[in-house]
Write a protein that binds this ligand. Structure first.
Ligand code: FES
Length: 84
């Protein structure tokens, strides 16, 4: 089990699972879920190395540094802290 921390609330997520449902439950607005609309932009505060690599869709929408599209991220292991 991996751990996602959002607004100081902790969520358990299975290793390798996409985080979109978890962040939606935590209040992050979600639109297309396909990496197209950019609605789900999040900021990774800790644990970027525990997320899947940047996708082409994220690059196309200008995600860089600690910015990611929540709907495109899988949590691989460990703990990841995000904000939005
Ligand atoms: S919900 Fe549209 S890009 Fe993530």
């Amino acid at each position: 089990m991996a751990k996602l921390i959002l607004n100081d609330e902790e969520f358990e997520v299975a290793d390798g699972e996409n985080i979109v449902e978890t962040i939606e439950e935590a209040g992050v607005p979600i639109g297309c879920s396909n990496g197209v609309c950019g609605t789900c932009e999040i900021e990774v505060l800790e644990g970027m190395e525990n997320l899947s690599p940047l996708t082409q869709e994220e690059s196309d929408l200008g995600m860089e540094g600690n910015k990611r599209l929540g709907c495109q991220c899988e949590i691989l292991k460990g703990s990841v802290k995000v904000d939005y």
